[in-house]
Design a protein around this ligand. Structure first.
Ligand code: FEO
Length: 173
């Protein structure tokens, strides 16, 4: 069974994951409004990933005989200065999420909850990928500069991203 401190911290992370989902859906809407369907698709996949992260935590809390308490989710911003600005924020946001996961890992260790420590390792690995994929798009945009034709080409590439259900939701973890 989860102790109350860990249960509360995991519930806070559920809220953080759903805020991330909301933030990326707001970014998707902004990118749609700029007529960049590929970038919007990339961001909708990101939104799906975040809801999956929330569900993985939800499942784990119940698996450990805890209780999921959903919290209010803040409204995300509505607009950004540019596509570059959007991806700069994605990268920064993912770094913040990594710090939250690291704090959870520290708490699991200090509370001697080795099952939660073990569970969180999936998120530790996932955050490496999350930061790397945000950074890759950020860099690509930086290289493009003001090139409209370059942006059009990258938009087509971004349209190819698809959502893959993470292993823990397939019962493979
Ligand atoms: Fe749930 Fe993008 O980290």
């Amino acid at each position: 069974m989860l102790n109350k401190k860990i249960e509360k911290a995991l519930n806070d992370q559920v809220a953080a994951e759903f805020y991330s989902a909301y933030l990326y859906l707001a970014m998707a809407a902004f990118l749609e409004s700029l007529d960049l369907p590929g970038f919007a698709n990339w961001m909708r996949v990101q939104y799906q990933e975040e809801t999956a992260h929330g569900q993985i935590l939800y499942n784990y809390i119940f698996e450990r005989d805890g209780m999921v308490i959903l919290q209010a989710i803040d409204a995300p911003p509505e607009e950004w200065k540019s596509v570059q600005d959007v991806f700069d924020e994605v990268y920064k946001h993912e770094q913040k999420v990594t710090a939250l996961i690291n704090n959870l890992v520290d708490l699991a260790l200090s509370e001697k909850d080795h099952a939660t420590y073990n569970f969180l390792q999936w998120f530790v690995k996932e955050q490496v990928e999350e930061e790397a994929s945000a950074k890759a798009v950020q860099q690509q945009l930086r290289l493009l500069g003001d090139s409209k034709s370059g942006l059009f080409m990258v938009d087509r590439e971004m349209g190819a991203r698809i959502f893959n259900t993470p292993a823990p939701l397939l019962g493979q973890d």
